[in-house]
Design a protein around this ligand. Structure first.
Ligand SMILES: *Cc1c(COP(=O)(O)O)cnc(C)c1O
Length: 406
């Protein structure tokens, strides 16, 4: 590949190489307080470890938070996407439209069902899927659209929903980044046919692992419950045969064991109490970053749509290569030399060898490919101190100014 090797930065040290920070800072970290610890310990002491009351409590809490009618919690965000695709009826021969700028699970959920992911390009300024590109990608085989609220900014849901309605497509919102965000004043989670959440530790709210699907549709809800637990039901309305007795249940479809434990649920319930606080702090940090980076001509600040009141999960620093003497890799290495340890989200999904093997080739989504060449995910998490934030800004500014083209 064109990128240089993993180690050995070839960029010269700046000003004798004294880093702006003495200690390393990373791009994301969970925040666990005593209340979280207590909540987990209480389940361990007195609770059911799985299939207990914490599951329902968390599902009710997610419904209250988002305004969705139904919530189904499950083992992780990927499982949430899988059961959503199954509930949408995605199967062999179908196509599912999604963005390449996401974690691989957004497209993998189509493959799990025997369907084909079709990649639609992003808007070059908001970085979310472009509704017009979605419309252009529709064929008779299209069954569903999986949109991703990349970085936590809501996708333009109104135009996407209109397209899905007109073409009879199921809209699945991969909301792994979106918890806490509102679109036109309504919480994401209550708008699309199904919205999935992830509670992985880098996400805004964590359960160690964990996921959820939110929906307003009772039929989808019943299907999600089935697919979460082996396709097994104890609901006599769904049974084919007469029950043999009180122990009786039936497997009526092929499902999975995607259950969440009560230990995870208790942690997530406790974490959700802190969401307003998490959200407020993330917004403050994003504002500081935006303000500082808007002044630097060699950096591009992600465009925000006015409809989205965003709780940002990721902060994307984007370089303008024409205005710098270094590329993204060198900028990334220079930040690491300042003890600012970043990441990159995301490698376009179809770049992966598994997707190449399926026949996907580079060139499919030019805006996504260009974005990938120019981005770095900066540290963004609740527990960052003001000093942390200022040191990240100082490091970015130092590098951007030093390597600016005249
Ligand atoms: C984290 C993430 C997932 C997967 O969630 P897991 O809980 O790790 O399975 C899916 N999509 C996106 C966009 C994510 O960021």
């Amino acid at each position: 590949m064109e990128q240089s090797t993993m180690n050995n930065s070839d960029i010269p040290a700046i000003e004798g190489g004294t880093p702006v920070r003495e200690t390393k800072i990373f791009y994301g970290h969970q925040y666990i307080d005593e209340a979280d610890v207590e909540a987990v310990v209480e389940v361990l002491r007195y609770g059911d470890l799985t299939c207990g009351p914490k599951i329902k409590e968390l599902e009710d809490k997610l419904c209250r938070l988002t305004g969705a009618k139904y919530a189904v919690v499950c083992s992780n965000g990927t499982a949430a996407l899988h059961i959503s695709a199954l509930a949408a009826g995605v199967g062999e021969g179908d196509e599912v439209i999604t963005t390449p700028i996401t974690f691989a699970a957004s497209a993998n959920c189509a493959l799990y069902c025997g369907a084909k992911p079709v990649f639609a390009d992003i808007d070059p300024e908001t970085y979310n899927i472009d509704p017009q590109k979605v419309e252009e990608a529709i064929t008779e085989r299209t069954k569903a659209v999986v949109v991703v609220d990349y970085t936590g900014q809501s996708v333009a849901l109104d135009p996407i929903r209109k397209i899905c309605r007109e073409h009879n497509l199921v809209l699945i919102e991969d909301g792994a980044h979106v918890i806490g965000t509102k679109y036109r004043g309504q919480a994401n989670g209550s708008i699309s046919d199904m919205t999935t959440f992830s509670f992985h530790p880098v996400k805004t709210v964590t359960g160690g692992e964990g996921g959820a699907v939110l929906t307003n549709d009772e039929t989808l809800y019943q299907k999600l419950l089935l697919y979460r637990a082996h396709g097994i039901t104890r609901n006599t309305d769904l049974m084919v045969h007469e029950p043999d007795g009180p122990w009786y249940y039936e497997q009526v479809d092929l499902g999975y064991n995607y259950r969440m434990t009560d230990i995870q649920a208790a942690l997530i319930i406790s974490q959700l109490d802190k969401l307003p606080m998490f959200s407020k702090r993330r917004k403050e940090i994003v504002e500081r970053y935006n303000e500082a980076f808007a002044k630097l001509p060699s950096l591009f600040v992600q465009r925000e749509i006015p409809e989205s009141d965003t709780t940002r999960h990721l902060y994307i620093l984007r370089i303008v290569p024409e205005k710098l003497r270094i590329d993204r890799r060198q900028f990334f290495d220079a930040l690491a030399a300042e003890n600012v340890c970043c990441n990159v989200h995301y490698i376009p999904t179809y770049y992966f060898p598994y997707y190449e093997k399926l026949g996907y080739r580079r060139g499919l989504c030019p805006n996504a490919e260009k974005l990938y060449e120019e981005i770095i995910s900066l540290p963004l998490y609740y527990a960052m101190t003001d000093e942390d934030v200022e040191s990240v800004i100082e490091a970015v500014t130092k590098i951007a100014v030093y390597y600016a083209k005249e």
